[in-house]
Design a protein around this ligand. Structure first.
Ligand SMILES: NC(=O)C1=CN([C@@H]2O[C@H](COP(=O)(O)OP(=O)(O)OC[C@H]3O[C@@H](n4cnc5c(N)ncnc54)[C@H](OP(=O)(O)O)[C@@H]3O)[C@@H](O)[C@H]2O)[C@H](O)CC1
Ligand SMILES: [K+]
Length: 233
């Protein structure tokens, strides 16, 4: 069920969201991996079928938001998109990213399962700084850097994207942006910015229920859609 209208919606906090997810998993209604796959499917379903050539630039962070990003990358590639993944903290799964940096994805998560699946199905990753190499053109940027787990300033994560975006815009590229769950650079419970320049999404695809940040984004004219990923009891 997608809610895109202004009707009164019940907002949930990140803590409530985690409790709902944990209750669903404890009740055996879904596994974390199934929830992540459904989240990725909901995001991919919101991506328009552009005419070729169409490039999806997927930005994957070190947490489960990044895990959703690896699912989206796999699904869009399966639909014939050119997909380029740029990741932070994934050196343990993608040696081509170079030696591990300060930020490292936690091992044993659903995100690691999907990162490995992307790799095992022939996918690769480049560091965020390699965004400078992406040719201007028709580009969909999928922001799966940080989701409801972000709590601290993240300008350094977004800087490579904003640098590349300025170059694409100067070259007249047609860029559309989609954020997974929450745009990177926002605290989902307070709606406060966690970056001087938070990610600017044309569309935000969230899951199960809106968080307080979504009401603020909607008020600012950002399109927000909420997908049902089977968490309702
Ligand atoms: N069942 C599931 O797992 C589902 C998850 N969904 C998706 O998961 C995210 C929430 O995932 P979570 O891992 O809790 O949080 P995030 O991915 O948002 O990121 C948190 C990690 O990022 C690190 N972090 C935070 N800020 C920074 C920063 N400025 N620089 C570098 N790294 C940062 C943070 O590190 P810590 O040091 O704070 O631990 C975390 O490692 C949710 O939004 C959904 O997209 C599915 O949608 C549903 C099922
Ligand atoms: K995000």
């Amino acid at each position: 069920m997608k809610r895109t209208g202004p009707e009164v919606v019940q907002l949930v906090t990140s803590a409530q969201m985690r409790a709902i997810e944990n209750a669903a998993m404890a009740a055996g209604r879904a596994t974390g991996l199934q929830l992540m796959e459904r989240a990725g499917e909901a995001v991919a379903a919101a991506v328009p079928d552009w005419p070729a050539p169409r490039l999806a630039v997927v930005l994957c962070g070190p947490g489960n938001n990044g895990g959703d990003g690896f699912v989206v990358a796999r699904l869009l590639a399966g639909r014939g998109w050119q997909v380029q993944v740029f990741a932070l903290g994934w050196e343990a799964v993608f040696p081509e990213l170079g030696p591990p940096g300060l930020v490292r994805a936690r091992q044993g998560t659903d995100a690691v399962t999907n990162a490995r699946r992307w790799r095992d199905e022939g996918g690769s990753c480049r560091p965020l700084t390699a965004l400078a190499e992406v040719e201007a053109g028709r580009i969909l940027v999928v922001d799966a850097l940080l989701g409801i787990g972000q709590t601290r300033p993240c300008d350094e994560l977004l800087e490579p994207y904003w640098r590349a975006r300025a170059r694409w815009d100067r070259a007249g590229a047609e860029v559309r942006t989609l954020s997974v769950d929450v745009p990177t650079g926002f605290d989902c419970d307070s709606g406060a910015a966690l970056a001087r320049r938070p990610f600017e999404a044309d569309l935000v695809v969230s899951f199960h229920a809106e968080k307080p940040v979504h009401a603020r984004l909607r008020a600012a004219g950002v399109a927000v859609t909420v997908a049902d990923i089977g968490l309702s009891s």
